[in-house]
Design a protein around this ligand. Structure first.
Ligand SMILES: CCC/C=C/C(=O)SCCNC(=O)CCNC(=O)[C@H](O)C(C)(C)COP(=O)([O-])OP(=O)([O-])OC[C@H]1O[C@@H](n2cnc3c(N)ncnc32)[C@H](O)[C@@H]1OP(=O)([O-])[O-]
Length: 310
C-alpha cells in the first residue's frame, strides 16, 4: 500500500494536502515525439493536416502543438500522490478515470511551465476511491495562464473509508463543469477509424508516463489485464486528433476544452472508432474498440467557432 504516515485512510487529511509548485520544461522534440505517440502521420507521413506537428512544414518557424499535449503537464502528480498523508491505496491497481482540460492560449512549441496543483475532489465509491487533482499551468516567463488539467484517478480497492453512513464525497468544483454528456441515439455527424500500433504504448510512454502497467506483462497481469494496456491519455489523443481532422479542418487551436471518461481499457494494436456528434459549439464523442465492439472513452470537446469547411 502507498501513502505516507498512518495506515488509516483519512479523507480530511487528504483534501487538506498542499502540493508544492513545480516546473515542467519541454522542447520541440518532446512535442513532436508526443504527436507521433498519439498516431499523427502514422498512416500517411505527408499528411497535409498533421505534418506540422512533427516537422517545420512549409518553412514554418516552429512546429505546431496539439492541444492534448497540455495533459502532459499533469503527469508528475501521480507519483506525488504517494506522498499525500492519509491516502491509502495500492499503486498497482490505479487507473486513469477521467481527464478535463481547458486551453487558455495556444501551446508554444517549447517552454518552461509553472504548475500549481491542488486536490479538487475525493469520493468513496465503496469498491474504489476517486481522487481528483487540478493543475493550473502558467508560462513561467510571462506568467500567462496556459491551461488547466483536472484528472480523476480511480483507485481500485481503496474505497470504504467513509466514517458515516453517507459515502464521503468532496468536490471543489460544481459537478456540472466537467460532467460527461449522454451519447446521442442519432447517427453520428462524422466517424473516424484508425488502428493503433502493437508498440503504441512503448512509443507513447517516452512522453513521460513510465508506469510499467503499459509495458510490463507481469505488472499488467497483477493489475488484472492479459497484457500491457494503452495509456488513457494516448486514447484521448487519438480521439481529439480525429476531431481536429474531421470537425476542425485540421485547425488545432479551435479547441477550448476537452473532457473524457475512460470506461474500458484499450490494448495496443486495437482499432479505435471515434464517433462524433455536433451540438452547437459542443462536440460529443465516443470511442469504440472495433475488435471488441465496446465503448472505451466518451466525452466532449468545446470549440471556439465552427470550421468554414463544415
Ligand atoms: C493518471 C495517470 C496514470 C495513467 C494510467 C492509465 O492510463 S490507466 C489506462 C486508462 N484507463 C483505463 O483503462 C480505465 C478504463 N475504465 C475502467 O476500466 C472502468 O471504468 C473502471 C475500472 C475505472 C470503473 O469500472 P467499475 O465497473 O469498477 O465502476 P462502476 O461502473 O461500477 O462505477 C463505480 C463508480 O465509479 C464511477 N466511475 C466509473 N467509471 C469511472 C471513471 N472512468 N472515472 C470516474 N468515475 C468512474 C461511477 O460513476 C460509479 O459511481 P456512482 O455513479 O455509483 O456514484
Amino acid at each position: 500500500m502507498a501513502g505516507s504516515g498512518s495506515t488509516e485512510f483519512d479523507p480530511e487529511l487528504v483534501i487538506s494536502h498542499k502540493f508544492p509548485e513545480s516546473l515542467y520544461t519541454y522542447t520541440e522534440r518532446d512535442a513532436a515525439l508526443y504527436a507521433l505517440g498519439i498516431g499523427a502521420c502514422a498512416k500517411d507521413a505527408i499528411d497535409d493536416k498533421e505534418l506540422k506537428y512533427v516537422y517545420h512544414q512549409d518553412g514554418q518557424e516552429f512546429i505546431q502543438v496539439l492541444p492534448t499535449f497540455a495533459a502532459l503537464f499533469s503527469l508528475g502528480f501521480t507519483s506525488e500522490m504517494e506522498q499525500i498523508p492519509g491516502l491509502q491505496y495500492d499503486p498497482r491497481l490505479l487507473l486513469h478515470g477521467q481527464q478535463y482540460i481547458e486551453i487558455y492560449k495556444p501551446l508554444p512549441s517549447h517552454g518552461c511551465i509553472l504548475n500549481k496543483a491542488s486536490i479538487a475532489g475525493l469520493h468513496d465509491k465503496g469498491k474504489a476511491a476517486i481522487l481528483e487533482i487540478e493543475i493550473v499551468s502558467y508560462e513561467k516567463e510571462s506568467g500567462d495562464p496556459l491551461c488547466m488539467n483536472r484528472l480523476a484517478i480511480y483507485l481500485r480497492g481503496a474505497g470504504g473509508f467513509s466514517k458515516s453512513s453517507q459515502p464521503y464525497s468532496y468536490s471543489k468544483n460544481p459537478s456540472n463543469q466537467s460532467a460527461f454528456p449522454k451519447i446521442p441515439k442519432s447517427q453520428p455527424f462524422a466517424v473516424f477509424e484508425e488502428c493503433t500500433h502493437a508498440s503504441q504504448a512503448l512509443l507513447y510512454r517516452l512522453s513521460g508516463d513510465y508506469n510499467p502497467l503499459h509495458s510490463d506483462p507481469m505488472v499488467a497481469g497483477i493489475a488484472g489485464f492479459s497484457r500491457p494496456i494503452l495509456h488513457g491519455l494516448c486514447t484521448l489523443g487519438y480521439a481529439v486528433r480525429a476531431i481536429i481532422k474531421c470537425i476542425c479542418g485540421g485547425e488545432q487551436n479551435m479547441i477550448k476544452s476537452i473532457s473524457g471518461r475512460f470506461s474500458l481499457h484499450v490494448y495496443p494494436g486495437e482499432t479505435l472508432i471515434t464517433e462524433m456528434w455536433l451540438a452547437g459549439l459542443r462536440l460529443i464523442y465516443q470511442v469504440k474498440v472495433k475488435e471488441r465492439n465496446r465503448a472505451v472513452l466518451s466525452g466532449f470537446v468545446d470549440l471556439d467557432r465552427l470550421s468554414s469547411s463544415l
